[in-house]
Design a protein around this ligand. Structure first.
Ligand SMILES: Cc1ncc(COP(=O)(O)O)c(C=O)c1O
Length: 412
């Protein structure tokens, strides 16, 4: 059979879909390389939110009137869109949250806390975002359980043998990132799940970074829980996704109590609504879900495989470019890596790097990236981070390179 050629990826066409990319910053064209913090929004996402508030605005699930029904349909269609995007088996397994952080806290409260006993363990990795550390610390502190941390290698890869060894009789849950925001490492999600499941341990994967760079199939991975956050998926802020396997979500008590999550309420006792509403207390972020749906449709219209190819090319280009600048050291050189370039420059604080390149319209992030233990692991207080998305170009990486040249000049 003839191989099917992928349609060419036209980055200019992609860029034209994002209104903000045509603005200037400090008198220069915006070079936005802070995508791991949040991505920009295509016009279709912005339009979907405007359209919702202009034509459909009503509360969901409760009304019998036309607008409420239509808003409910749009909100539930968004759930179907998320289900398809992550290939979940059932839309009941998709819970809308505020962000990835809330998804992890939901699992920590509603799944882990009631099950953790003194001496039990929660296993994470040494490259987690604070969002996948602190909820477990709180859960451990409340229950007498222990947080165990699987080490990472000098390249920034998860030490899978150590991960395997650290899963013991007392391990109640493993919670690991699918892609590190500080290093770019893509972790071997299928292996993590296979190893943990062989010992009867459920797995939560933090897909905040992975989900907008690569196709994620929660059934193929076998994850028990998977979290993602809308604003990194080219969607709005304030909307996130928790995928949970039905059996586990069914067993769990609610996280937050209030309207919409109940079947019945008396002063003596309440009963819970069916999945996923049991976990969606109060009026949800309807516009956010609709905007996220538009964002997922936009991603699919470009194609995750083509996005991944483009970003791989950018990562290779950017890596070579940074390696060619004297005194620059890249932190994180995993074999499987997403389009994140974390780096330090000899004798120059990352904040100074960020401030100087900003004067040239180049937006990068500097600091610990909400991953202080990663900084400690690599013996640096902070890094500068250029993180790339589907609309970035090699010319923008050249602009970063030139700006870093100026940083070098300023610091002699
Ligand atoms: C790996 C990772 N996990 C979790 C989060 C938290 O995402 P949010 O703040 O949207 O909940 C982030 C955000 O930077 C992240 O990069």
């Amino acid at each position: 059979m003839m191989p099917v050629a992928r349609a060419a990826f036209d980055v200019d066409e992609v860029r034209a879909a994002f209104p903000i990319l045509s603005r200037t910053v400090r008198g220069r064209p915006l070079v936005y390389l802070d995508n791991a913090a949040t991505t920009q929004k295509p016009a279709s996402v912005i339009a979907s939110i405007v359209q919702y508030y202009t034509e459909l605005n009503a509360n969901v699930h409760r009304g019998v009137h036309e607008l409420s029904e239509r808003a409910t349909d749009a909100y539930e269609a968004a759930r179907e869109g998320v289900k398809a995007f992550f290939n979940a088996a059932d839309h009941h397994e998709i819970v809308f949250t505020r962000n990835a952080t809330e998804g992890i806290n939901l699992v920590a409260h509603a799944f882990a806390r009631p099950r953790l006993k003194p001496g039990d363990e929660v296993l994470i990795s040494a490259m987690e975002h604070h969002s996948n550390i602190v909820p477990w610390q709180l859960a451990c502190a409340a229950t007498g359980a222990k947080l165990v941390v699987a080490p990472i290698t000098d390249e920034g890869e998860l030490d899978l043998d150590a991960f395997d060894r650290l899963i013991g009789r007392r391990t109640m849950l493993a919670a690991v990132t699918h892609m590190s925001n500080a290093l770019g490492t893509i972790t071997p999600a299928e292996d993590i799940v296979r190893i943990a499941h062989a010992k009867g341990v459920p797995v939560l994967l933090d897909g905040s970074q992975a989900a907008y760079h690569m196709r994620v199939d929660v059934q193929a991975i076998g994850a028990d829980f998977y979290v993602a956050t809308g604003h990194k998926l080219y969607g709005p802020t304030g909307i996130g996704v928790l995928y949970g396997r039905s059996e586990l979500l069914e067993e769990m008590d609610p996280f937050l109590g209030g309207g919409d999550m109940i079947a019945s309420v008396t002063f003596e006792r309440s009963t819970w609504n069916e999945l996923p509403y049991k976990f969606e207390a109060g009026t949800p972020h309807i516009a956010g879900a609709i905007g996220l749906h538009a964002a997922l449709n936009f991603i699919e219209s470009i194609g995750l495989d083509r996005i991944a190819d483009h970003e791989r090319m950018l990562l290779e280009y950017g890596t070579a470019l940074l390696e060619g600048i004297p005194g620059v050291r890249i932190i994180g050189s995993a074999r499987r890596k997403g389009s994140i370039l974390s780096f330090v420059m000899d004798g120059i604080h990352p904040h100074d790097i960020g401030t100087i390149v900003d004067r040239e319209g180049v937006a990068i992030r500097t600091g610990h990236h909400c991953a202080q233990p990663v900084m400690e692991r690599f013996g640096v207080p902070a890094t500068a981070r250029a993180s790339l998305a589907m609309y970035n170009t090699t010319a923008e990486l050249d602009a970063l390179g030139a700006a870093l040249g100026h940083v070098r000049e300023v610091f002699g």
